[in-house]
Design a protein. Structure first.
Length: 218
């Protein structure tokens, strides 16, 4: 994969290489260890339909109940599963594996400080509960149920790991080899001479984040 980056008065051309199998393996580790897990459980006469969701521990059991329609009667099942919501880094890894060079900048500039906000949500729910009129039993009960679900979600995510270590491993798996340089003045002259706009055909990064680069080949 080729990667072009504007750096002061030159455009740098890199050859980017990585082991797809190693990055796929790392991606699975990130999904397993860094995803935010949410448990879903409900009754329905239709099975859930998933597209891009990552679903684990799916079970369904008959409830013995039925739902009648004009043309048919359907059995109702209780569905239970855990939905894994991986960090955005997983989507960037997918883009990289699909050959999208635009993902490189996003990976290099990825903010690893983003953390789960489950504790903030629990604190907010507790504050909201304390503001509810004590005589409004129904509203206080609903808020307590919300807090209970948040506490269950927190317990479900107690083994969630930080993305930091995995991010550093990913950066180490991507190899940048600087293979050529072109003064921007020459690029402008070429575009003017040929009456074309190369920047509309080739993605040139303005990223200030320096990749790990091997020496320029002689």
């Amino acid at each position: 994969m080729l990667y072009f980056r504007k750096n002061d008065e030159v455009i740098e051309k890199y050859q980017v290489d990585f082991d797809k199998e190693e990055i796929e393996k790392l991606k699975k580790e990130i999904i397993n260890n860094c995803s935010f897990i949410k448990h879903e459980e409900y009754e329905s006469d239709y099975s859930p339909r998933f597209t891009d969701e990552i679903i684990r521990n799916l079970t369904y059991t008959p409830t013995g109940k039925e739902k009648e329609y004009f043309e048919e009667t359907r059995d109702i099942y209780r569905y239970s599963y855990d939905e894994y919501k991986p960090p955005y880094l997983v989507e960037l890894i997918n883009q990289l594996l699909n050959g999208n060079s635009k993902a490189i900048d996003k990976i290099l500039n990825y903010d690893i400080s983003i953390k789960s906000t489950i504790d903030d949500r629990i604190d907010l729910a507790n504050q909201e509960f304390n503001r509810i009129d004590p005589e409004n039993i129904a509203k206080r009960k609903a808020k307590l149920e919300e807090i209970e679900e948040l506490l269950k979600t927190k317990e479900l995510n107690k083994n969630q790991q930080s993305i930091d270590l995995y991010y550093n491993q990913l950066i180490g798996l991507i190899k940048f080899n600087l293979i050529d340089l072109l003064p921007i003045s020459e690029l402008d002259r070429i575009q003017s001479f040929l009456e074309i706009n190369l920047s509309s055909q080739v993605e040139i990064s303005n990223s200030k984040e320096n990749p790990f680069v091997k020496s320029l080949k002689k």
